[in-house]
Structure formats: C-alpha cells, structure tokens
Design a protein around this ligand. Structure first.
Ligand SMILES: Cc1cc2nc3c(=O)[nH]c(=O)nc-3n(C[C@H](O)[C@H](O)[C@H](O)COP(=O)(O)O)c2cc1C
Length: 334
C-alpha cells in the first residue's frame, strides 16, 4: 500500500510534514542544499532580528556565542553563521535560497516591538520568500506591564507585519500566556495564517566559577514535545490557522504523535543539528512504515485524529488525568 505523506502548511503544498526549523543549519546555501538533497519538505531560514535592523547587534552576538556551546557533532554541521549579518545579506540569502531550492523557503523575522522595523517584511516578500515566520521573542519582565498590555503588543506587532505582505505569515510564540487558546484566536484575527508552537526561550544559567550569568543553549530532548502536543491538540479545529510543532521532535514516533494531535507539519532543529540532514530520510521512512503497518493511507487521514475534538477522552489534554498520574507515581523511596 502506498502512503500519501503530503500535507499543507500556510497554504503551501509540502511533500511530507518534516520541515527544517530556523537554526544555523538553514543559514547557508550549502547546508540548505544538503537539507534539500536529504529530502526536507520546506526550510525556515534563521531569523533576522529586530536588533539587526535597528543596528544593535547585541542579540545576534549572543546567539553566536550560544552556538559555540553546542556539542562537537552539532558544530560540525554549522555553516557560516547568518546571525551576524544585516538586512541586505539576509535579503540576499532569501533570494539565493529561492534560486537554489525547489522546496518552499520561509523567511524568519524575530522581534518584540511594533514599529518601523517591521517594514522589512515587504522586502522579504520581494526577495521571494514563500512565507514569513514572525518569532515574537519577548519576556514580560517588567512589573508595570499587565498581561493585557503584553497581549495587545503581540496583536499590534502581528498586525503591523501582516498588513505589509500578501504572503502567509506564521507566528512563533512562547507558551507563557494565561489564556493560550484565546491568544491563538486573537493572533489569527490579527492576520496570522499559522502558529508555530512553541518558541523555546534560552534560559540563563549561572557560572559558579566566574560568578557570572551565562547564556547556555541546551538542545531539546523528546520529552519537551508534550507541551506543543497538548496545545496543538487543543487548538486543532478550533482556530482557523495552520499549526506547526517545534520543540522536541527527534524520532518518527515524535513526529507521528504531533501529527495525531493535529500538527500540519513538524519543525526540527536539535535533531538535525546533532544527527545531520540525513536524519530527514530516517524520519520519513519511519513515519511511512508506521502508517503502512496501521493501514493509514495518508497524513491527511492521520492528522488530528487524536486532537482534543476527536479523541475519546478530551479531558486528558487539560488536567491530563493529573490526580491519577500523581497517585500512580512510584519510587523506591516512597
Ligand atoms: C543554535 C540554534 C539557533 C536557533 N536560531 C533560531 C532563529 O534564528 N530563529 C528562530 O525562530 N528559532 C531559532 N532556533 C529555535 C529552533 O528553530 C527551534 O524552534 C527550537 O530549537 C526547538 O526545536 P528543536 O527541539 O527541534 O530544537 C534556534 C535553535 C538553535 C538550537
């Protein structure tokens, strides 16, 4: 039996659901080509940061420092970093990627304030991007900012980007909202055609030797995917947007779970950085084999079949059988 792996994300036709998330691996034409040769369905370029557009290179510099902390295997896959470059080079990367690749190219913009810098979105479109991913990387640390103000700022930012372009815009957000489902609906109303769940904030660490606050990038593990899994399952069918999962997808089983929850595509950074582009083939073969064994004819048939709307135990996605799970926990010390 042949299995139809095709999916649609942001109105784009993808050969299968595995997409390369923004990371240094999507930052040069060489490694983009390697991803395409390995069978990736689409690519998200590394972000151009608001600070880069506003001529403050701080964030970009920090990100490069984090890169230096990766494992030697990960560093082996690092192309020349895109993060230190300004808007012109970024626009060139979009144009070159479009020329070099057959798969859709999604450009990424990373910022947190509605303002003039968002005008660059139009240039992304002119450079040929098939879609735009807006990563809103903002931590509400001020005691004076209310949640309503923070949320309004998100909406304003999304509106200010979406009104500049006709290509689809996906918004990559963190999960830290009091009312995530309502926020998702408001982002859709502001013009987002897709949500990328979730942004993974880098958590600072403290270096005890140096007594310094140290940025530390730790790659994900499969355990992390359950946060996106829950929210994708809850939002599937309720908010009219494409849903991409990011964070913790490493194995064919991880991808299958996210598809069953309702993801339109699954984005990967850590697993490609550690295993290299060839991992795409192993994932595609793995999901295909599982689907064939279970007699699923297509990803369309599989997608969302265990979303909250469709599954027999919808409560499991909310309190997650909280009491039962706690009570059933055992350890040799209790
Ligand atoms: C070294 C590195 C650089 C990244 N750069 C970006 C970026 O420029 N823009 C962005 O939106 N996400 C960026 N991310 C986040 C990834 O796209 C992805 O959302 C996150 O790592 C979670 O997915 P994973 O578990 O597959 O790694 C980066 C991640 C890593 C590890």
């Amino acid at each position: 039996m042949s299995v139809d792996l095709r999916t649609r994300y942001l109105g784009l036709d993808l050969a299968h659901p595995i997409v390369a998330s923004a990371s240094p691996l999507t930052g040069s034409i060489d490694s983009l080509k390697r991803l395409q040769d390995a069978g990736i369905a689409a690519v998200v370029l590394p972000s151009l940061f608001e600070e880069q557009i506003e001529h403050d290179e701080m964030s970009a510099h920090n990100l490069m420092m984090y890169g230096a902390e990766l494992s030697p295997e990960a560093q082996g896959f690092f192309p020349e970093m895109q993060y230190s470059t300004g808007p012109d080079k970024y626009l060139q990367l979009i144009a070159d990627a479009k020329k070099a690749l057959r798969v859709p190219v999604i450009a990424s913009l990373n910022g947190y304030t509605p303002g003039g810098w968002t005008g660059i979105a139009r240039k992304f479109q002119e450079a040929g991007a098939d879609a735009l991913e807006l990563n809103v990387y903002f931590l509400a640390a001020s005691i004076d900012d209310t949640s309503a103000e923070v949320e309004a700022r998100y909406v304003e930012l999304v509106e200010s980007v979406t009104r500049q372009v006709s290509i689809p815009v996906a918004v990559k957000v963190a999960p830290y909202f009091s009312a995530m489902a309502n926020m998702a609906a408001r982002l859709a109303k502001a013009g987002a055609r897709g949500l990328v769940l979730f942004n993974r904030f880098l958590q600072p660490d403290i270096a005890l030797e140096e007594l310094e606050v140290a940025p530390r990038l730790v790659l994900s593990t499969s355990d992390e995917l359950r946060l996106a899994l829950r929210w994708i399952a809850i939002l599937r069918g309720r908010v009219d947007v494409s849903l991409a999962a990011t964070g913790g997808a490493h194995t064919p089983d991880d991808v299958l779970k996210l598809l069953l929850a309702g993801a339109d595509c699954v984005m990967l950074a850590s697993s490609l950085l550690t295993k290299g582009p060839k991992h795409v083939g192993a994932l595609v073969r793995g999901i295909e084999a599982w689907m064939r064994e279970r007699e699923y004819a297509s990803v369309a048939q599989l997608k969302g079949s265990l979303s909250q709307e469709s599954c027999p135990d919808p409560d499991a996605f909310e309190r997650a059988n909280y009491m039962k799970a706690l009570k059933s926990y055992t350890s040799e010390f209790v």
